[in-house]
Write a protein that binds this ligand. Structure first.
Ligand code: DX5
Ligand code: ZN
Length: 227
């Protein structure tokens, strides 16, 4: 499957939480492709963030796909609430529940795209048997929980291996990377085969007047196709 055009998914974890609706509107106007929503439960990860009611309230502020990254366990009981709230893609960590295939089917049964997220130490093998059932694989290039962390270089090899596996399968599975993505690391992620870049710090840097320039810089003029 040929790699798709680069898409930029700003993470609203770095937004002004007192003005989330306005922030989502600003990102939409600034040329974001997806809105990445980091959902944390204070249990699977040491932070607590965005419930389904907030996602629902944000839905009317943008027509862009909502890319919901669930860092919660157990995951299955809350999937329907995020689907109803307006998710387009719902991703979960295989560690968050004992039945990865069942969670994928649950997400798809609700008409949403299903993604699996690999923590830095989680091998591809954790999802390899169900790769063909997925619409997206998200590689964490930091430990989940917080924005503003340093990119973990060892994840580039994982991205490259996943690119090969996806190409071999020949299905349109998005390959997304999340954590420490900036102008320097973005290039290497794309060269390794990623086609969706999540970025918090790098998009929000400088405030709303800079969102468009920041998104454009991450996308880069030469980055639409794989070299
Ligand atoms: C971390 C989140 C990321 C985070 C990325 O758990 O999944 O989406 O917000 O933030 P930056 O781009 O600042 O590393
Ligand atoms: Zn995320």
């Amino acid at each position: 499957m040929p790699q798709q055009a680069v898409r930029i998914a700003p993470s609203i974890l770095s937004a002004d939480f007192a003005a989330l609706g306005r922030e989502v509107q600003a990102l939409t106007k600034a040329g974001a492709d997806w809105i990445h929503v980091d959902v944390m439960d204070g249990h699977f990860v040491p932070n607590l963030t965005i419930g389904p009611m907030v996602v629902k309230a944000l839905r009317r502020h943008s027509a862009l796909p909502f890319d919901i990254h669930l860092m919660i366990t157990p995951v299955d009981p809350l999937v329907p609430a995020y689907a109803e709230a307006g998710a387009d893609v719902i991703s979960f960590h295989p560690e968050a529940g004992p039945h990865v295939h069942r969670t994928i089917q649950l997400i798809k049964s609700l008409g949403k795209k299903a993604g699996a997220v690999l923590n830095p130490a989680t091998p591809i093998a954790a999802i390899e048997p169900v790769l063909g059932d997925l619409d997206l694989v998200l590689v964490m290039s930091v430990n989940p929980g917080f924005g503003g962390q340093a990119f973990i270089e060892s994840q580039l090899a994982k991205i490259a291996s996943l690119r090969k596996a996806i190409d071999t399968l020949g299905r349109p599975i998005d390959l997304e990377v999340d954590g420490g993505v900036n102008l320097d690391t973005a290039d290497r992620c794309l060269q390794a085969g990623a086609d969706v870049l999540v970025a918090g710090t790098a998009v929000f840097h400088g405030g709303p007047d800079e969102y468009a320039a920041n998104i454009k810089a991450l996308r880069g003029p030469m980055r639409h196709t794989r070299p």
